[in-house]
Design a protein around this ligand. Structure first.
Ligand code: AMP
Length: 398
């Protein structure tokens, strides 16, 4: 059992850093509440123990202090609903006398939401004084905001030093994220296949380099595959290409060969005469794309090629789509990879999908509950797999 699950919060004030950075429309209505839902199990456990919950979060990127548009007060009614009618108090300043008084007079079973942390510049600066003031609000610090774990902010990292060991811990969401990521990176059963897709090689160099130390196979799809194709001497027509990364692509392939890691590039592509949903399409070998055409998805041969790699994999990490899956004509590749990952998972593989667009894809195609873990933290997950130490994780362990 984890530290959080074992802890008895009875009569304690749990100061929980959540990621309630949800999109709001012009009427301040929440258009996607997944981040709020993800924190509910942690909140409920504290309440069920007879504890008091103090929630702190950021919302958006306010530049000049308090702004109506970025106020967390808009989330109060929906939070109450998600908690089945539990009383939710709101403090319109995250530090100061009022917040302190409200926190002090809370009853077990109550929830207090603090105003947006980023109304203070000190939050992103990781200011110690600010972190210390926040820390006075709670008896125990719980970090459940994996989405900001790669930031050394006051509420995500610095604050932890004001709590003794045993009084700082991950919440259930963060624990799930960290343990799945660790399982893939440090305890992977082999063969371990990483599927890396998306638009740009430049965004994925560090992750590929780190995976070369751990994976047995790396599947490369999406727009970034064409830089690799061109680096190997292929013709790629008008496909996406980063000419300043051709050398990097070659070096990555050389390193992979030296380490015995198999790099799989898509043998064929669905090509289009323009980047548009109504483009004319055809199929071509990925390294013989005619002039005037561009590869916008992996082809059916590539789907089979990748399926064969995935079906014998015991660990799978997926980051980035195989094509322009936002357009119907170019979504087959991403959908078929999602299906292959689901099938491998049903046969006992551990699969983790992380990174904004691949998460959107598994959700869109209905495979989210057929993979082992879908990460909520895009940037944080990417940095973790690049091999970086995430301040939000390190702070709890220190
Ligand atoms: P990233 O944020 O780097 O993971 O890239 C995701 C984006 O890459 C998605 O919006 C896809 O539409 C886009 N993408 C994937 N494959 C291609 C391709 N072959 N050509 C252009 N864009 C692509």
């Amino acid at each position: 059992m984890s530290v959080f699950a074992r802890h008895d919060f009875k009569n304690e004030k749990a100061l929980i850093r959540v990621d309630f950075n949800v999109p709001l429309n012009d009427q301040y209505e929440i258009s996607d509440d997944n981040r709020m839902k993800a924190a509910i199990p942690t909140i409920k456990k504290v309440l069920a123990d007879g504890g008091k919950v103090i929630l702190m979060s950021h919302l958006g990127r306010p530049k000049d202090g308090p702004t109506e548009k970025y106020s967390l007060k808009h989330l109060v009614p929906h939070l109450r609903e998600l908690l089945g009618g539990t009383k939710v108090l709101f403090a319109d300043d995250c530090i100061g006398e009022q917040a302190f008084q409200m926190a002090s007079s809370m009853q077990p079973g109550e929830v207090l939401l603090l105003e947006n942390l980023r109304f203070y510049r000190e939050e992103e600066k990781g200011n110690e004084d600010f972190a210390k003031k926040l820390a006075t609000l709670g008896d125990v610090y719980v970090n459940d905001a994996f989405g900001t774990a790669h930031r050394a902010h006051a509420s995500t990292a610095v604050i932890a030093k004001y709590f003794a060991a045993g009084k700082k811990m991950f919440g259930l969401l963060m624990e799930g994220e960290v343990s799945s990521a660790e399982k893939v990176l440090h305890q992977s059963e082999k063969p371990f296949t990483a599927i890396i897709g998306g638009a740009k090689v430049s965004d994925k160099i560090l992750i590929i380099e780190n995976l070369l130390e751990r994976a047995t196979d790396i599947i490369i799809g999406g727009g970034m595959a064409y830089t690799f194709m061109k680096a190997e001497g292929g013709s790629i027509g008008n496909s996406l290409c980063e000419d300043d990364r051709l050398d990097t692509a070659l070096q990555l392939m050389e390193k992979a060969a030296a380490k015995g890691v198999c790099i799989h590039l898509p043998s064929d592509s669905v090509i289009a005469d323009k980047f548009a949903a109504d483009a004319e399409t055809s199929v071509s070998p990925s390294n013989h794309i005619p002039d005037g055409w561009m590869g916008l998805d992996i082809g059916t041969m590539a789907c089979d090629q990748f399926y064969n790699v995935l079906k014998r994999s015991r660990t799978i990490l997926w980051n980035g789509p195989m094509g322009v899956f936002e357009m119907e004509k170019f979504q087959h590749g991403t959908r078929s990879i999602a299906k292959a990952v689901a099938e491998a998972t049903a046969n006992g593989a551990f699969s983790l999908v992380g990174g904004g667009d691949s998460v959107a894809a598994v959700n869109q195609f209905g495979f989210a509950d057929q993979v082992s873990y879908v990460s909520t933290g895009g940037g944080a997950m990417l940095e973790y797999f690049e091999g970086k130490v995430l301040p939000g994780i390190a702070a709890i362990h220190e």
